[in-house]
Design a protein around this ligand. Structure first.
Ligand code: C2E
Ligand code: MG
Ligand code: MG
Length: 734
């Protein structure tokens, strides 16, 4: 940078007057400083003779005195200045700079040269107009006997000076080349919204090249109404700097619609820089097209709120819709609305018979039938499985909701065509519908969904394929069923489940093993028998985690019991077909054995005969696979005799044991019954199967000749099911 020595001097030196008079105090080195101080020029003299703004400040930054010029530079009255700390007048980033300067000056041998460029620095000062102003500054120590203070000289840079012009040109060049490297549009506007600078990327965002746009109004880059709506907001950025935006609740960026010359309207995001005041006040806007991001966001939102299979809204979307509906209800802008809970009847059978693919197609078809039946303004959701939910947003009276329900029954009730392996079949599916009217049957999300669900249970209870409108006196059994199904979802985490063990004896002799039987102590309803909740758990899928917990718990209990009592009791665990049908069932059992350390030869899995008959191929495959991993785990057919298994089928299963159903034992010594038991025993013997006589209550039953051919017996005659602690006592008392 070339500039005359004089010019430089004029710039660097705070004032000519200082050169002559006060400057004698703004000394250049330690010796001179000592002289100046020893000259004892009072600070007031220095302040009033300086031609620049001078603030006398303490080491901690407090302003002690300020001359008149400084009050003009900073646009603050002397009395206001004197109350402040210099740190209140400059942005945070400059605090360290000033502190460092002051610290350096307290070191002996430290020189300050008002003619030396390095000793000058730029300081941004906060003025009375609430804007920052860039000042040139120099700081000098002023030592008296009592204390060390500082003179902070500030003056506004002379904009006409060559040096400054050169500097500005350089800054501008840097700025321009930087703004050319970025893909966002960089646009500088003045206070009248005239565009005074635009970079090349402006064409990408707005379709205008920079020459075309400079000089035009910012307005052309937006749809008209959008610009007028946002202009007052944009204007604020001219007056509020970055650091202060949080305090006045202004974001650093703004999202709005912009207009591209060729492509039309699209979403954009503008980030605002700090405004500058040079010849005029300007504002830098960095603008990007966010259409792509918005599209991605929209797609993600859609995925999060929709069911992939049917494309209907999911549970989360329903929650959001129903909540906003209730907001409207509370502001009384809507009258009656209706919520339908739908559950398909007979879907599970179709799914089991024809497979998942066919099941999925039925669900897709059902979604379409619902769309065809309902109006555009009605909302349809799928909650998973075969549960659908319909929200009729406008219903005048209860009869309207009932009419819609009838239409749905009719439409969904029509038979479905299923294509499987090139073969066409027809399947009939019904639907049970529960209706709750809004706001009559609930004024919040939870109540209304519970009541619609309850009404749906009632429809199922009443014989399915019908609708029921919620009322307080819905059948007791529907409420019970609902309570059970809902309670099952949290029973494990609430630790409401526990196990009992029923001893199994070698015929007429000592205990040989136990059967684990699950118990549920419901928070409100007390003990619920397994016969009530196991089918419900199977229906709603909670049998999987529950069954898993039973296996883990029972294996652990019995392994510990065997160790404690030095025994080798076997453990029989009831397994549901839902568990058995899991593709990874063998691996699950393997996991349990590894985790609990139970000996595989002591583990017996009980599978009910009727269940076995439902899906024999699949079950056989899984059982065979389990047997490959753990040949010593044995399989028991529970409640044998009820399911009428075919002989040939039984011989193909990897089964070691059957349990004769309690109903046969109960009827001893009825002669026809005895014939059945006898044939079961013969069959088992011919297949080499072990037999357990289950439900033995009396001596007569136990002593029966045929029953005595069973190797094992279980029943109240020995013991009722016991908690693990009672079981230990039972064994010890034997
Ligand atoms: P189950 O496997 O046939 O179990 C035998 C049932 O007969 C038990 O009923 C037991 O308490 C009862 N019982 C035993 N001896 C006698 C007797 O002498 N007289 C009479 N009247 N009853 C006797 P509980 O505990 O109510 O279990 C009922 C059914 O629930 C079980 O029948 C089983 O199918 C199912 N279950 C129990 N626990 C589980 C489990 O953890 N998982 C699965 N999937 N099912 C279970
Ligand atoms: Mg059993
Ligand atoms: Mg049984």
């Amino acid at each position: 940078m070339a500039h005359s020595k004089d010019k430089q001097k004029q710039l660097k030196s705070p004032s000519a007057a200082l050169d002559k008079t006060s400057r004698g105090t703004m000394v250049k080195n330690q010796d001179e400083q000592a002289i100046a101080n020893s000259m004892g020029l009072p600070s007031d003299f220095i302040l009033s003779n300086a031609v620049d703004g001078v603030l006398q400040i303490k080491e901690d930054g407090r302003i002690m005195k300020a001359n008149t010029i400084s009050t003009k530079v900073l646009d603050l009255a002397e009395k206001n200045l004197k109350k402040k700390s210099i740190y209140e007048l400059i942005p945070k980033e400059y605090h360290l700079l000033l502190k460092k300067r002051m610290e350096e000056l307290t070191h002996p041998g430290m020189n300050v040269d008002v003619d030396r460029e390095e000793d000058l620095f730029l300081l941004r000062c906060y003025t009375g107009k609430k804007v920052y102003k860039t000042c040139e500054a120099i700081i000098l120590p002023y030592k008296t006997d009592q204390e060390l203070t500082f003179f902070l000289n500030i003056w506004e840079p002379d904009s006409s000076s060559e040096r400054l012009v050169d500097q500005l040109k350089e800054v501008q060049k840097n700025y321009e080349s930087l703004s050319e490297t970025i893909s966002e549009a960089v646009i500088i506007i003045d206070e009248s919204f005239k565009i005074i600078y635009a970079n090349s990327a402006t064409i990408r965002v707005f379709g205008y090249n920079k020459k075309e746009i400079i000089g035009k109004s910012f307005e052309v880059l937006f749809p008209e109404e959008i610009f007028y709506r946002y202009a007052p907001e944009i204007k604020k950025y001219f007056y509020v700097d970055f650091d202060d935006r949080k305090d006045v609740n202004i974001k650093d960026h703004m999202e709005l619609l912009g207009r591209n010359k060729n492509r039309g309207v699209s979403p954009i995001e503008i980030s605002f820089g700090n405004s500058r005041e040079f010849h005029e006040r300007t504002l830098t806007c960095i603008i990007r097209d966010v259409s792509h991001r918005k599209n991605v966001e929209r797609k993600l939102r859609y995925l999060a709120y929709h069911d992939k299979l049917t494309d209907l809204g999911n549970r989360d979307l329903f929650a959001s819709d129903i909540n906003s509906l209730f907001e409207q209800v509370s502001t009384r802008s809507i009258g009656l609305a209706a919520l339908f809970f739908l559950d398909l009847d007979g879907f599970k059978q179709v799914n089991d018979t024809f497979g998942h693919q066919a099941g999925d197609e039925i669900l897709i078809e059902t979604a379409q039938r619902l769309r065809d039946t309902l109006r555009e303004s009605d909302l349809i959701y799928r909650f998973g499985g075969d549960e659908f939910v319909v929200l009729l947003t406008k219903v005048n009276q209860r009869k309207d909701a009932e009419l819609v329900a009838r239409k749905i029954l009719d439409k969904v009730g029509k038979s479905y065509t299923i294509d499987k392996d090139g073969e066409r079949s027809r399947a009939s599916i019904g639907v049970s519908i529960g209706i709750a009217l809004i706001p009559l049957h609930g004024a919040d999300h939870e109540t209304i969904t519970r009541n619609a669900d309850l009404a749906m249970y009632s429809a199922k209870e009443n014989g399915k394929n019908q609708f029921v409108v919620f009322s307080e006196d819905l059948t007791h059994s529907a409420k019970n069923k609902w309570t059970i199904e809902q309670g099952l979802k949290t029973a494990l985490t609430r630790q409401e489940m526990f196990l009992e063990y029923q001893p199994i004896h070698l015929n007429g002799k000592e205990i040989a093993g136990v059967e684990a039987l699950i118990r549920w102590k419901h928070g409100i309803q007390g003990i619920i028998p397994p016969e009530l909740f196991i089918p419900a758990a199977e229906e709603n899928g909670t049998i999987i985690p529950i069954g898993h917990w039973v296996l883990d718990r029972a294996c652990m209990d019995i392994r510990l019991l065997n160790r404690k009592l030095n025994l080798n009791l076997f453990l029989s665990v009831n397994i549901s077909t839902k568990q058995l049908n899991l593709p990874n069932f063998p691996e699950l059992i393997d996991g349990v054995i590894n985790r609990t350390g139970i000996e595989p030869k002591l583990l017996k899995l009980e599978i009910t005969e009727t269940f076995l008959m439902e899906n024999p191929e699949k079950v056989t495959a899984n059982l065979n696979r389990l047997k490959k991993i753990h040949p010593d785990v044995s399989l028991v057919i529970d409640d044998f005799g009820k399911g009428y298994s075919s002989l040939s089928y039984l011989s193909r299963l990897p089964v070691e044991c059957i349990k004769i159903d309690r109903s046969f034992i109960k009827d001893i010594p009825d002669p026809t019954n005895m014939k059945v038991i006898s044939s079961i025993v013969n069959l088992a013997q011919s297949l080499g199967l072990t037999m357990v006589a289950e439900g033995i209550e009396t001596k007569e039953q136990q002593d029966n000749d045929i029953i005595r051919q069973c190797q094992l017996s279980q029943g109240y005659i020995h013991s009722r099911p016991l908690t693990i602690n009672k079981l230990v006592q039972y064994i010890q008392n034997q």
